[in-house]
Design a protein around this ligand. Sequence first.
Ligand SMILES: CC(C)(COP(=O)(O)OP(=O)(O)OC[C@H]1O[C@@H](n2cnc3c(N)ncnc32)[C@H](O)[C@@H]1OP(=O)(O)O)[C@@H](O)C(=O)NCCC(=O)NCCS
Length: 300
Amino acid sequence: MIPWLGEALPREGIDAGKFARQVLCDPNFDPAGLIVAYEASKPIGLAWAAHRSVPLENAPPDSDRGYVVLLAVHPEHRRKGVGTELLSAAERYLRVRGARTAWVCGYAPGYFLPGVDLAYAGAPEFFERNGYSEVYRPLAMQAPLWDLSTPVWVAERRRILEAQGIRFQSFEPELAWPALEFARAHFAGDWVRWVKEAIRDITLGDDPSRLVFAWRDGARPEVLGFSHYLGERFGPIGVRSSERGRGIGQVLLYETLHAQKARGLRCSWFLWSDDPTAARLYEAAGFEEIRRFSYLKKEL
Ligand SMILES: CC(C)(COP(=O)(O)OP(=O)(O)OC[C@H]1O[C@@H](n2cnc3c(N)ncnc32)[C@H](O)[C@@H]1OP(=O)(O)O)[C@@H](O)C(=O)NCCC(=O)NCCS
């Protein structure tokens, strides 16, 4: 890994281990998509372009899309056209492989950040100058867990839901199949992978409350929603669309926050949500905005 990459993207905490895990081990990693600019044999810039050759489970094909997952120029070599050259090379790489649009940073499953961080000076202007336009502004949020307590209205909601036959429970193997069926049927995209990885980790000894379910007992359990954490990172959380508006999401959210606190964690955060979800779900549980991104795309 390029030694200054962590310094060029200071909020991402990229070290050699993270680079190996998230770039080199990515299922779609292709050395030709990792483009490095050199000056006198020293690397001064890097772009990682990804085009999907391994389909994402349970997601519609997106081979018409390409992703510029990382782009960074050494701070001492900026404003000399290096970034523009790297971006052009990344776009060429994607176009040749059939991409018709290029998307900045937000690539599942291996994104570092969901778009350009507005705090990275000049980066949004750089992409706009290169023909990209903003799709929307995702946000990252964080909640402290020091004083976590479930509000009375959430506890009351839970009592009502339980009286209606809905149970809230951490993972146990009997829920594995209903959980996978639920994720497949109701959440296209990267969710099946999250559930599978969590089940694998839990059955190898990790905390069962990493996955919390809302489910209805019957001839066989029917999962209505789940919530997940991995270390301090919260999410994903999802409730079946026909069951929304009943408070199931809030109950699941607090269950997961308590599970995180019980593991000794002092905060809970996530990287990618939108303003309507923040207002509907997260703000009530004490989450506050910590980062704001610009999710950008360009027709190639
Ligand atoms: C974004 C980044 C890659 C740009 O690299 P660069 O080599 O400096 O870019 P260029 O020299 O090709 O700039 C091209 C144009 O973009 C715009 N631009 C670049 N940096 C800018 C800045 N700090 N402020 C305003 N406009 C800027 C300008 O229009 C510039 O043209 P000009 O210098 O003739 O005015 C670099 O700033 C960087 O590494 N930032 C941190 C990492 C990052 O945020 N990456 C994106 C998310 S992964």
